[in-house]
Design a protein around this ligand. Structure first.
Ligand code: M6R
Length: 349
């Protein structure tokens, strides 16, 4: 049931405050604490595909910051055929909305057979990855129908933050902050109309670049994935600092560049990247904090999200990118919920 929304994807974007809130509450009330200490592992490997991989990239920063354990994020399809030394000293975190993605399932099982402990973050209770892992943290996003992952992504972020903070001395303070996220997502959703107007102006572009640093880098990747999978417009996500090592050659007056620039530790560096784009006449669509006049003046277009502590910025900055992809695809008259060539769950290698 689309409950009055034109597409499931839009409905699911709007369900994010609830998905994140339910996930935090669900994990807290069920006392779902992993039966082992993150710090007891020499290394954590996060294994996932697609959007779940992007959630993993954000999770890596949080785990390294809050738990201090070196963490790598690997594409499930690459993990199996590489020669990763993996064993008892490793914790494997499999992230999968469906819990059925074949590459992720194989990779997690491969690591378990070699003695690693396995923890999964899944949305579907009773799915293969849920059943086959040593331990599971469930996201409580509810069923996701649209092929494009939206609410399950922000719910995965909530579960990853919850996990990263388990052994932190200020855990309760951190979780209190996390509980503020759903209301801020709600406020971010109010930007939908403005983003729809932006979509009118940019829907006929052929290529987009998405840039971000640190926690915003995975969000740049996720924004580009959302746009390409539902609108069939070519989009690339890049760490903003890598731009001058190649992609800058693509920039001219026809290239919209979406830059994530919340006021975090890399804010000044990101502003410098925006200047570089502007010098090449690229059109900058900036996503940053409401009231950031300096950023707004620098950009051709500006979307403000409510200010929030650095750690939580990904929960908010991803929302305008989901909406931008959605409105563009919808205006192009495409089958937003069931894009060509894609399946909701990828059960082939
Ligand atoms: O069910 P999973 O989380 O394992 O799925 C992984 C990817 O197939 C999935 O995130 C895919 O990239 C989405 N269509 C992205 O919107």
């Amino acid at each position: 049931e689309k409950s009055g929304f034109k597409h499931f994807m839009l409905k699911e974007i709007y369900e994010q405050p609830k998905a994140v809130g339910d996930t935090i509450r669900g994990l807290m009330s069920s006392g779902e604490e992993p039966p082992f200490s993150l710090k007891s592992f020499r290394r954590i490997l996060i294994i996932a595909c697609g959007t779940s991989y992007h959630a993993g990239l954000v999770g890596k920063f949080w785990i390294e910051k809050l738990a201090g354990v070196p963490t790598e994020v690997v594409y499930a399809s690459e993990f199996r055929y590489g020669d990763f030394p993996v064993g008892e000293e490793d914790l494997i975190i499999g992230v999968s909305q469906s819990g059925e993605t074949i590459d992720t399932k194989f990779a997690v099982n491969f690591a378990r057979e070699r003695g690693a402990r396995t923890l999964s973050i899944v949305n579907v209770v009773g799915s293969s990855i849920d059943r086959e892992s040593d331990y599971t943290l469930h996201t409580h996003a509810g069923p996701e129908i649209g092929v494009a992952a939206t609410k399950t992504f922000t719910a995965q972020l909530a579960a990853l933050y919850f996990l990263a903070s388990t052994e932190h001395p200020d855990r309760y303070k951190l979780l209190e902050e996390l509980f503020k996220v759903p209301a801020r997502i709600e406020r971010t959703l109010e930007k939908s109309e403005a983003i729809e107007k932006l979509a009118d102006r940019y829907m006929n572009r052929r290529d987009f670049l998405y840039l971000g640093r640190y926690l915003s880098y995975p969000i740049a990747l996720e924004g580009a994935l959302k746009l390409k999978e539902i609108s069939y417009i070519h989009a690339e996500g890049y760490p903003a600092g890598e731009m001058k090592h190649g992609p800058i050659a693509l920039i001219d007056e026809k290239m919209p560049v979406v830059v994530l620039a919340p006021q975090d530790r890399v804010y000044d560096k990101t502003l410098a990247n925006i200047e570089e784009v502007k010098t090449r006449k690229g059109k900058v669509i900036g996503v940053g904090f409401e009231g950031d006049d300096k950023l707004e003046k620098l950009c051709n277009e500006f979307i403000g999200v409510p200010p929030i502590e650095e750690d939580f910025t990904p929960f908010l900055t991803v929302v305008p990118l989901q909406l931008l992809a959605y409105h563009i695809a919808s205006k192009l008259g495409l089958d937003v919920d069931q894009p060509r060539n894609l399946a909701k769950t990828v059960t082939v290698e």
